[in-house]
Every structure is written in C-alpha cells, then in structure tokens.
Write a protein that binds this ligand. Structure first.
Ligand code: SF4
Ligand code: SF4
Length: 199
C-alpha cells in the first residue's frame, strides 16, 4: 500500500507565512506541492534549486535551514514560475524577502560579493556585465574572443550607455537606496558568514 504523507496544518509554523502576509506576498500557504514551478524554472534545470522544498521547510518552521542555505540564491526573478503556479504563489517576491532576511542574519556573503561586483558595474557603466568580465565567467580565453569580436565589428571595448539613460539610472539608484546599499555592502557594513551547501 502506498503511504501518503499529509502535512497537517496543526504542525505548521505560521511565523514566516505571517511575515509574508505582512510583506503583501500572496498565498505561499496555498502551495499544493505540485512541482509545476520547479518544472518551469530555468534555475532549477541547472542547480538543486527547488521552491517546493523551500516552501515546505518554511511551513515546517525550518527557518534557519532555509535562510542559511545557498538554495534561496539561485532564483533570478524571471517570474516564469508565477505563470505556471495553480495557486498563484508569488514565488520570486517571497524569495526576495527570504534573501533580505538571510542578509540581516549575516548569510549570503559569497553570493553578495558577486552581486555587488555586477551592481557596481551597473552603477558605473549602466550595464551589469562588461565584455572584460567574460574571462572571469569563462576562463577559456573568452575575454580575448569578446574583445576581438567587438573590435572586428567596429565596436568600443565597453558598451556605451547614453548620458540621458545614465542620468535616469542614477536617479533610480538614488531614490531606491540601491547605490547606498551596494556601497554599504562593499564597505563591509554587513558581517557576512558563509552559506550552507547542504540542503
Ligand atoms: S522567478 Fe525564480 S523561481 Fe521563478 S522560474 Fe524564474 S528563476 Fe525560477
Ligand atoms: S507551482 Fe505553486 S502550488 Fe505548485 S509547488 Fe510551486 S508554488 Fe506550490
């Protein structure tokens, strides 16, 4: 006989679910554990990322396990999952808030160092990845190829963003507090610990 495991609501921890409600995030408690989000998710295809497991741990109250894990850093906010979820759970927004909570507890340092690097590019040049960064991502002479290719096409080594667009970006970075936040992380304001590889 097949065993069916039912997660009784009496065993739920409502703490993070109530936080989610306070943040205005819709319906994480209505997850059916159907896995449609995982099947659709491009990040899940190339990593161990599985939102269904994350939401299960949230419901079980395994807060520290979720916040200290690498799992919450794989999503890149494409929002494809939200169109597939039958319960319309706002997965990317939920992940966004979990990351914030993780940061406040000092987790995520090594991931944030990468994000701060690309964010600094964005603040300075208006693009997050420069051609000269490609060698870091693909050390097999990718930078040389990219730079040569741009040269052949008569393009400058760095993409140029118009001054008007840069002005708009600068306003957004100031008004949202993005620039301050990036500078804070760069200056070591957040004493980050490593994240757990096991989940
Ligand atoms: S928003 Fe995140 S969780 Fe949803 S499909 Fe995209 S990468 Fe996956
Ligand atoms: S698609 Fe929605 S209901 Fe299904 S597992 Fe993902 S979050 Fe839960």
């Amino acid at each position: 006989m097949n065993k069916v495991s039912v997660l009784l609501t009496s065993k739920w921890s409502w703490k993070l679910l109530e936080e989610a409600e306070r943040w205005g995030i819709q319906r994480p408690e209505e997850c059916l554990s159907c896995g449609a989000c995982v099947g659709a998710c491009p990040a899940a295809r190339t990593s161990s990322y599985n939102f269904r497991k994350i939401i299960r741990d949230v419901i079980l109250g395994n807060e520290e396990k979720v916040l200290s894990s690498r799992e919450i850093w794989y999503c890149f906010y494409c929002f494809y999952c939200t169109s597939k979820c039958p319960s319309r759970v706002e997965i990317p927004y939920f992940i966004m808030r979990l990351r914030r909570m993780a940061m406040e507890r000092g987790y995520g340092g090594d991931i944030l160092r990468i994000l701060v690097y690309t964010s600094s590019n964005l603040i300075e040049h208006g693009v997050s990845v420069l051609p000269s960064d490609y060698d870091r991502m693909n050390p097999i002479s990718a930078e040389e190829n990219m730079v040569k290719l741009r040269e052949k096409l008569g393009l400058p080594p760095v993409m140029r963003v118009s001054e008007k667009a840069m002005e708009e970006l600068r306003t957004i970075f100031e008004e949202t507090g993005f620039r301050k936040e990036v500078e804070g992380i760069r200056s070591g304001k957040w004493p980050f610990k490593g994240i757990s590889e096991k989940y």
